[in-house]
Design a protein around this ligand. Structure first.
Ligand SMILES: Cc1cc2nc3c(=O)[nH]c(=O)nc-3n(C[C@H](O)[C@H](O)[C@H](O)COP(=O)(O)OP(=O)(O)OC[C@H]3O[C@@H](n4cnc5c(N)ncnc54)[C@H](O)[C@@H]3O)c2cc1C
Length: 222
């Protein structure tokens, strides 16, 4: 398979960094083609603006989706954005590795979505969900939390983790056509022993060896 791993954490030595490097190594050793977007290393700027484009549709009023539609027609995405879009178009499976921040994506990864998931090229013109541009591709969220698993169960004080992930899994990934695999979640790695963390890395490695045979989940309605 062709696999894109998109990763953000501000500290390369973090547990997220270990999850990212483990995934890249295991997948490459298993014979998959792997590309990465290490957004921290890339110093990816998450702020969307006219710098997304080399073209200008309306110089008096910046409306991002109008500019995206125009850039789609005229090959007008900046090199930075074009490169990221082409990686998504290339892959069969896209993995996002990130720490859960404020119940959601950390800002740099969210900004990557804001800038790269462009109307016209990635969605729109009748292409959403079942008719999405990326129909046939799969996506996997691999994330860590600060809180323990019990606070992310139904009835737990943070609520069901699948409900928290729905804006990402349904609102972003399924919206553009991806099938969503069950999320890989490590709850509270900072509160574990070193051995426990290594066991999580080993379990993730084992899962990744068989990832090509997994089917998408029902991300729920919530
Ligand atoms: C702005 C902000 C918002 C947040 N919002 C939330 C929230 O909404 N909900 C929530 O639950 N949490 C939240 N958190 C907490 C955050 O999700 C956790 O701190 C994070 O997920 C932990 O992952 P990490 O990679 O940062 O762990 P780290 O603290 O970097 O790593 C944990 C330990 O793993 C060790 N380690 C690294 N590599 C390896 C290896 N190869 N083998 C074994 N051990 C290794 C590290 O040395 C460290 O001791 C928030 C944090 C911030 C800063």
């Amino acid at each position: 398979m062709k696999i894109l791993v998109v990763y953000w954490h501000p500290e390369p030595q973090s547990f997220n960094g270990a999850m990212f490097r483990t995934a890249c190594k295991v997948l490459a050793n298993a014979g998959h083609e792997v590309k990465t977007s290490d957004l921290h290393e890339m110093r990816f700027d998450p702020v969307s603006s006219r710098k997304n484009f080399t073209t200008v549709k309306d110089q008096n009023y910046f409306k991002q989706q109008i500019e995206e539609m125009y850039a789609t027609e005229t090959n007008g995405f900046s090199e930075e954005i074009e490169t990221e879009i082409e990686k998504i178009e290339w892959c069969d499976l896209m993995i996002w590795q990130f720490p859960l921040w404020w119940f959601g994506l950390p800002a740099v990864l969210k900004g990557w979505v804001d800038r790269v998931f462009a109307m016209g090229r990635v969605y729109g013109n009748g292409h959403y969900y079942e008719t999405g541009v990326f129909r046939g591709k799969q996506a996997l969220l691999s994330l860590t939390t600060g809180g323990p698993q019990e606070v992310y169960l139904q009835g737990g004080f943070n609520g069901d983790i699948l409900g928290l992930l729905r804006p990402i899994q349904r609102g972003i990934l399924e919206f553009v056509g991806f099938g969503v695999l069950a999320p890989q979640i490590v709850y509270g790695p900072a509160h574990m022993t070193h051995d426990e963390r290594e066991q999580h890395l080993a379990a993730y490695s084992t899962r990744l060896l068989h990832i090509a045979h997994e089917s998408p989940i029902d991300v729920g309605t919530y």
